[in-house]
Design a protein around this ligand. Sequence first.
Ligand code: NDP
Length: 399
Amino acid sequence: MKRTLIIGAGGVGRVVVHKCVQNADIFGKITLASRTIGKCEEIKNELPNADIEIRTVDADNTEALIELIQNSDADIVINVALPYQDLTIMDACIATKTPYLDTANYEHPDEAKFEYKEQWARDEQFKEAGIIGLLGSGFDPGVTNVFCAYAQKHYFDEIHTIDILDCNAGDHGYAFATNFNPEINLREVSANGRYWQKNEDGVGEWIETKPMEIKMLWDYPQVGEQDSYLLYHEEMESLVKHIKGLKRIRFFMTFSESYLTHMKCLENVGMLGIKPVMHKGVEIVPMEFLKTLLPDPASLGSRTKGKTNIGIVAEGIKKGKKRKVYIYQVSDHEKCYEEVKSQAVSYTTGVPAMIGAKLILEEKWSGEGVFNMEEFNPDLFMEELNLQGLPWQIEELEV
Ligand code: NDP
């Protein structure tokens, strides 16, 4: 019987545990480890008939992680803690020769860089250990990479442009809250935007924009028209390497007026700062303090109504003719909550994490080294999405 170690008992961790239990024949015995044992207990209690062991771990400590992996005898480590823990967990996987999977690129707590550099740098060590490291197996990154690979394989000879379109039209009734970890979410949104395009000489360049500088209106199927803002998003870094013929790639995310106004105010008064400041003789990080004040994303599940729609629009050439294809997935917050007690943002991240791990354990996705999602056969992943709760659609658009 296989053994699965899941690290992180937040919103995404809960979904991964529920989904692995639904596929218990593949995942076998599950160990759920996180910083706060109470959160692990809560998830275990939701699944009284499942074979789940819970542990506490400091995932910033590689030695503690090595001991945990050895004690749980894991065949795979699913990292759904925070991006700060990616490198320590990867190093523990190298030391114990255990396959690794995550859903977000490594970030240093003091400086957000949104890049794969330090994870890709471990490619040789993964090869030497003879193990696979699958990076970014969430929705975006994750499914969006798979959608691009699927479009490339079946719909195009060459893809010239890709727009990744991420819409969350969910309403939780709070004036302001973030759908996943506030620190990670607000860092992403308050940073400068960036997109990639080839210049006249055919050389790819990153073009930087001010936060929220570029806006477009997009009509999301089953949701309707929404203002969508250009952001930088990590999957573009690997997609520009792997999608042939690409000339431009951009990422857009929807935000409500109210969300942006709150964010602007918080930013103007310094509440999004990630460098410590002195407060009454004590060092505090403004963003961490803000996180303490905001609703826990895990608590939004029961209150959130509405849908998410995340997809890609790819434009290019097939047999000499221009073509434009839209691949997207719509999830309903309330249905997700009914099934696994989490809203759709955690659901759409946790399900692909489980699917990536399933394909690794079944040896359908295999290799030695560190990989991004679009490097594997997308068909298997696309089939699993339909079976595991994330059915997708394809539409041919007018060029
Ligand atoms: P949460 O903050 O809800 O959960 C994170 C969990 O990790 C918490 O249980 C937390 O413990 C635990 N944790 C944090 N630090 C440590 C540590 N040092 N040692 C042990 N455990 C630790 O986050 P989410 O569940 O919303 O997100 C999980 C991951 O998914 C993040 O990396 C996020 O960036 C990624 N994500 C990816 C998406 C995608 O589409 N690719 C979309 C959304 C999220 P405690 O409970 O004690 O705080």
